[in-house]
Structures are given as structure tokens and as C-alpha cells.
Design a protein around this ligand. Structure first.
Ligand SMILES: [Zn+2]
Length: 205
């Protein structure tokens, strides 16, 4: 795949309210090579809390896509904080860049991890949400799931550098002052998916 071909896959899966085409959310799957190699995999819980709680508070503790109050076990709760990624090439080098942190209700969050939903037998919930929020037919929702699978497979052909520079001033990762971690270094920083211990290198100001 060339860089030009790749650009056609760089869609916004969380356009949210006001999306020009009316599609506020699309399914998404992260390539397996990046699973668990994220902020939560690198930093301790208290650091992650210091990042995620203000994001949720700024959103009024409501989902930034559908506007609903998160509910768990029948009680209002803080929404999830999702890492919204952009996959791009810089001088032909693959870069997974954190675009922003975004507050999502569990249902919209599940749409962003549609592969996990499928494994858990909850794909019908993803389809229902895609239909409801986008005014899609079931066929359109199914097509979007296929699109996200194709995109995931395409992305998985590359080893992605990690760019967390949007958090500059709020996060430090020792050894990476620009918050830019080459692909080859990601594994040793810790992984929340595979349970690799955090390297204890990260903190916050
Ligand atoms: Zn939502």
C-alpha cells in the first residue's frame, strides 16, 4: 500500500455532533500490533486518572458523541476516556498520533473497539448504535464493520511510532522528551493488553 492509498483510509471514526455528512460515529479496530501500547499501558493509574478525569469533567461527564450520561450498574457514572488516534505517514514513516482524549459512554466506546465486541458476542449492540446514531440501515452498519476490518488489516502491515505530543505539558515519559516513541521502543514501556509491567518512566507535571 502506498501513502496515497493509505490516505483514503484516514477517516474520522468519532466525528461527533455536527459531522458534515451526518455520520457521527463509525466502527473502529486498532491494529493488533498496537493493542495495549498506549497511555494506560505506560503510566500508573494515578497519572492516567489525572489525564482522564478532567476530560470527562470538561464534557460534563457526558458522552461527547451521543450526549448520554454513562450508567453502570444502574447508577450515573463517569464516562470512559478514549484515546482517539490518527494513523499517518511522515516522510514515509508510520506514526500513530494521539489526536485527543475524548469522553465516551460505554456504548459508543464499544463501537470504537468493535473487534472486541464481536469476540464478546456483542456485535449486534454495535450495529444497533451505528444505525441509531447515524440513521443507517442495517446493511450500512454492516458495511462499516467490514470497512473497519479492512482498515485494521491494512494498518497492521506497519510498525507504528507513537506520538503523544498533544499531551506535552501534561505528561512526561523519561527518555522521550518530545513524547515521541519509536516503534521499536514501544514494547519496553509497558502494555495494558498483554499485562507487561509499566516501565515506571512516566509521570505528570
Ligand atoms: Zn455515547
Amino acid at each position: 500500500m502506498t501513502t496515497g492509498e493509505f490516505s483514503s483510509l484516514a477517516i474520522d471514526t468519532l466525528a461527533g455532533p455536527g459531522a458534515p455528512d451526518g455520520v457521527v460515529i463509525r466502527s473502529d479496530l486498532l491494529p493488533p500490533t498496537t493493542h495495549g501500547s498506549n497511555i494506560r499501558g505506560i503510566v500508573d493509574k494515578n497519572v492516567w486518572d489525572a489525564l482522564r478525569i478532567p476530560v470527562c469533567s470538561a464534557a460534563g461527564n457526558r458522552c461527547e458523541v451521543c450526549g448520554s450520561q454513562a450508567v453502570r450498574n444502574g447508577r450515573p457514572s463517569r464516562p470512559d476516556c478514549h484515546e482517539k488516534w490518527v494513523f499517518e505517514f511522515r516522510d514515509r514513516r508510520p506514526v500513530q498520533r494521539l489526536a485527543r482524549l475524548i469522553a465516551l459512554c460505554p456504548g459508543c466506546h464499544q463501537v470504537q473497539h468493535s473487534g472486541l465486541a464481536r469476540v464478546q458476542g456483542r456485535e449486534h449492540e454495535v450495529i444497533d448504535r451505528l444505525r441509531r446514531l447515524n440513521n443507517w440501515t442495517e446493511a450500512q452498519a454492516g458495511q462499516d464493520l467490514n470497512r473497519s476490518s479492512d482498515r485494521c488489516m491494512a494498518l497492521d502491515r506497519f510498525a507504528w511510532d507513537l506520538d503523544l505530543s498533544v499531551l506535552r505539558g501534561r505528561l512526561i515519559v523519561n527518555g522521550y522528551p518530545d513524547l515521541y516513541v519509536p516503534a521499536a521502543d514501544r514494547a519496553r514501556l509497558g502494555n495494558s493488553f498483554f499485562g507487561t509491567p509499566r516501565a515506571g518512566q512516566a509521570g505528570f507535571f
